[in-house]
Ligand binder design. Sequence first.
Ligand code: SF4
Length: 90
Amino acid sequence: MAAGDKEGSGIYRRQFLRCGLTGTLTALAGLAVRPARAQDFPKATKEQASYQDRVDSQTCAQCTLFLPPDDCKVVQGPVSETGTCVYFTQ
Ligand code: SF4
């Protein structure tokens, strides 16, 4: 084995390790910038959300945060299909 071969394999090994490290760091960076989701935060109490149990418009049943039959992604349940709160989202 010539000295050049040893040196050559060292270069390849360093390139391989560098690519692996770059890929790992890129994956970790991707995780770090993941947008926050509603389930990443503790749910608000009904009082904090100014929840009302019976309304005629903007009801939980129409809200994208509603989890049938009686749960919500951001407000502590149970909530009603006819309820609403300040976090109503359509
Ligand atoms: S209106 Fe409020 S309580 Fe009802 S589902 Fe939407 S966020 Fe939850």
